[in-house]
Design a protein around this ligand. Structure first.
Ligand SMILES: Cc1ncc(C[n+]2csc(CCOP(=O)(O)OP(=O)(O)O)c2C)c(N)n1
Length: 371
């Protein structure tokens, strides 16, 4: 982190580079080159456009479930740009799209929401639990917290194998109340594993506010107790998030051990399409956070320095709209996974009783929807 003159208490203050209207704060510096900033902006917009479309599809009954990360786009996109292809990502609820920004094809990504024949997971996972071996992203389980020790364990393995690989493990503020949080941070620090642990503190764990989650001054400050650095960063400032996460990744890769990062942000949308947030939080609160929108903040900065203009903005919008429409059309046309896939991926060679069932299945023609 630059320009704090050593004055910033990294785990209790809030590290920012851009203010809420996209101006560079005094003593701060935007070190990223214009093409990278523009690429990050494009990925954030892409996520926003895609998720509006996904919620609409869910409301139309075309998909079953979706959990958005609206308002929280900065930490995942910053992570995608701060990591290398060989690094591994262990997301929680709102970071699935890191894999998209790391090059996973959009069509296959959306196929995981539909769970159809284009889905590399063969329709076996819940929507919004995307993963991709090709981009080193592990699926999270719906239980809150287990991916934190998994990220630490994978980092430990990399260290034992002397591979210069870093893992990034995510959690929400709610996950910090889980035993897995303690186990993971303790182990990570004791064994100095090459791991970055990122908490997206979005104020709520469904209907439970962060104040009911912890009495600590901040979440980042918890890292002190485990013996690792903690950094508290504005999670709606993608430039600051990138700087902090990239520094933590570099530190891990150097062999200097783990870092804990708290990204202070807000979930603008519902917890998921099964949630009604008006039952537990006020409109004023949502409106106040909407003023700090991470996508608009970067947009304002890019416009102010001439990296973006209205014409380019219109082109990006049109391209993203087209890309997502095309992908949704393609995915919706795909049929369900082949019935035979039910027998795959558990046994190296199929045991006799399953072989018998497979043979029996093949005697019966698939239902019309399976053709
Ligand atoms: C062990 C466990 N307890 C409870 C739940 C129910 N649950 C699903 S999501 C969620 C909230 C998670 O909050 P947080 O970790 O802050 O992430 P956020 O949803 O805010 O991104 C809860 C309690 C669960 N899935 N697993």
């Amino acid at each position: 982190m630059t320009g704090d003159g050593g004055q910033l208490a990294r785990d209790t203050d809030l590290y920012q580079v851009l203010d809420e209207v996209g101006r560079v704060l005094a003593g701060r510096d935007v070190a990223l080159p214009p093409d990278v900033l523009l690429a990050m902006y494009r990925q954030m917009r892409r996520l926003r456009v895609m998720e509006v479309r996904m919620v609409a599809l869910q409301r139309q009954g075309r998909i079953g479930f979706y959990g958005t990360c609206t308002g929280q786009e900065a930490p995942p996109i910053a992570t995608a740009f701060a990591t290398e292809a060989r690094d591994w990502v262990f997301p929680a609820l709102r970071e699935s799209a890191i894999m998209l920004a790391r090059g996973f094809p959009l069509t296959q990504y959306l196929a995981q929401v539909f769970g159809n024949s284009l889905d590399v997971l063969k329709g076996r996972q819940m929507p919004s639990h995307m993963s991709g071996r090709s981009v080193n992203q592990v699926s999270w389980s719906s239980c809150i917290g287990p991916q934190i020790p998994q990220a630490v364990g994978a980092a430990w393995a990399a260290k034992m194998k002397r591979e210069p690989v870093v893992t990034v493990g995510f959690m929400g503020d709610g996950a910090t109340s889980q035993p897995d949080f303690h186990n993971a941070l303790n182990f990570a620090a004791v064994f100095r594993v090459p791991c970055v642990l990122v908490c997206q503190n979005n104020g709520w764990s469904i209907s439970v506010p962060t104040a009911r989650q912890t009495a600590s001054e901040t979440i980042a400050v918890k890292a002190r107790a485990y013996g690792m650095p903690g950094v508290r960063v504005d999670g709606n400032d993608v430039v600051a998030c990138h700087e902090v996460i990239a520094e933590a990744v570099a530190r891990a890769r150097r062999g200097d051990g783990p870092t804990f990062v708290e990204c202070v942000t807000y979930r603008i949308g519902a917890h998921s399409t099964s949630d009604d947030p008006t039952r537990y939080r006020s409109e004023e609160e949502v409106r106040a956070w909407a003023q700090k929108d991470p996508v608009e903040r970067l947009q304002k900065y890019l416009l102010s320095v001439g990296i973006l203009d209205e014409a380019l903005e219109a082109t990006i919008d049109a391209e993203l709209g087209d890309e997502i429409s095309r992908a949704v059309r393609e995915v919706e046309q795909a049929g369900p996974p082949a019935r035979e896939t039910l027998f795959e991926d558990v046994y190296a060679s199929l045991p006799w009783h399953l072989q018998e069932q497979l043979t029996e299945l093949r005697k019966h023609p698939p239902a019309p929807s399976h053709s």
